[in-house]
Design a protein around this ligand. Structure first.
Ligand code: MN
Length: 238
């Protein structure tokens, strides 16, 4: 059957050491998964069940491993923040998974940015509205190449840090996650049927802040290649 319009091409990510591509199905994100970041956002970091939001698969912005990527500054915001996160890529899924089953769904990891229009998020929070305009905009999910678990092992501790123009802005340790990766996946699998191709952003350490045109971001997670990109110019419409 011919599609009516041009065929929709899935977003694909490169895989370190593998010529094949990882096709993205869905993008889930965990909010407030590091206590220090929950506090900086004015929240009590008590161990309440994790909560989630999503981004469209085509909001994933694949970041080249040579640092040449220029990220398009979005429409309608004057306060876009970086949230540097470990991204988990699933190679299988299911529903109502236990912790061991959840762990076995992890196929690869990548560095990623949950870019956030903080001004629009503040308005949404104040009015009790959904976060979509703040979180799910075009190119809102830069993700670097994936490193398979088979190559790097399980990542449950190690440094996670983001530099902006050579200055460390975010720093934390993967061991500081309030909800571990298997716990996040298991909880999510009680809400959605998970499948191969799903990405999960696992939350950001403290130090989130605004980006401006020309900023050079470098994100580093122990065990993974670094992710580098440059913030592109504003288009003047915000
Ligand atoms: Mn986030």
């Amino acid at each position: 059957m011919e599609p009516i319009f041009e065929a929709i091409v899935p977003t694909e990510l490169d895989v370190v050491g593998d010529a094949r591509k990882f096709q993205v199905r869905r993008v889930f994100c965990v909010a407030r998964n590091y206590a220090a970041h929950a506090r900086e956002m004015g929240q009590d970091p008590a161990r309440e069940p994790p909560f989630f939001f999503t981004k469209p698969a085509d909001a994933v912005f694949p970041v080249a491993d040579d640092g040449s990527s220029v990220w398009p500054y979005p429409l309608a915001s004057r306060d876009v923040h970086h949230e540097f996160e470990l991204v988990v890529a699933l190679g299988s899924g299911g529903i109502d998974l236990d912790l061991e089953q959840a762990r076995c769904c992890v196929w690869a990891y990548a560095p990623g940015l949950d870019m956030t229009r903080r001004d629009l998020q503040a308005e949404a929070k104040k009015a009790g509205r959904p976060w979509d305009v703040a979180k799910a905009f075009d190119a809102s999910a830069p993700v670097g190449p994936l490193t398979p678990v088979a190559a790097c092992g399980w990542l449950d501790r190690g440094s996670i840090a983001l530099e902006v123009d050579g200055e460390v802005r975010q720093r934390g340790d993967l061991a500081d996650m309030i909800w571990s990766i298997p716990e996040v996946i298991a909880t999510l699998s009680g809400l959605f049927e998970l499948k191969a191709g799903d990405l999960i952003f696992t939350g950001t350490p403290e130090g989130v802040g605004p980006v401006v045109a020309g900023n050079r971001l470098a994100g580093r997670i122990d065990g993974l290649p670094p992710m580098r990109l440059t913030i592109g110019p504003r288009d003047g419409r915000a």
